[in-house]
Design a protein around this ligand. Sequence first.
Ligand code: PRP
Ligand code: URA
Length: 209
Amino acid sequence: MSTVHIIDHPLVQHKLTILRDKNTGPKDFRELVEEVSLLMAYEVTRDMPLEEVEVETPICKTVGKAISGKKIGVIPILRAGLGMVNGILRLIPTAKVGHIGLYRDPETLKPVEYYCKLPADVEERDLIVIDPMLATGGSACAAIKYLKERGAHNIKLMCLLAAPEGIQLIEREHPDVDIFTAAVDDRLNEIGYIVPGLGDAGDRLFGTK
Ligand code: PRP
Ligand code: URA
């Protein structure tokens, strides 16, 4: 069963409240999404394996720790996932980035795929799928299925806000995938938006409404 990790760090919660505020404009919204993503990435990567390495300080030789194991792939779901990429890359600059283009059909709420470009060695990487909103879960579920079909098997899902409906879908379809979110909101409304949520993440990031 997927584990749901709620990142309740005060800085994350404070910034999330500003993101929710309808008066926060695109410039601040973009900056805050990046900052929250960086802070959340710190928790998402907490279980990265370490190995001992020799290092020479200005004083003497010693043994330090360095990250070992598989390399990371960051997979934003377009468009809104793009807003989270830079925050994560600031922490993990060597990560490769793969893009999956999906939009939610406004009538059916089902994801429609329109673009995909992944790192060539995607099946060898530990992947973090990123999208600010986990609403019905259809988009994240489709992206994870797509990655698994290409051989990926160690996948985490990181979002800013999740609805119970989206969490249930991931738990059912991808029980091996842990979910990291800053909050679990109440429900979806009749047009599939998270309540209370923060509105349309893509439009607020890119100023398209
Ligand atoms: C939003 C959001 C997710 C999806 C979540 O994208 O960024 O990808 O909806 O909804 P779901 O869990 O019900 O699938 P949208 O389709 O609005 O596209 P955009 O990112 O291009 O704005
Ligand atoms: N996509 C968004 O951008 N916001 C929601 O609340 C749901 C889906």
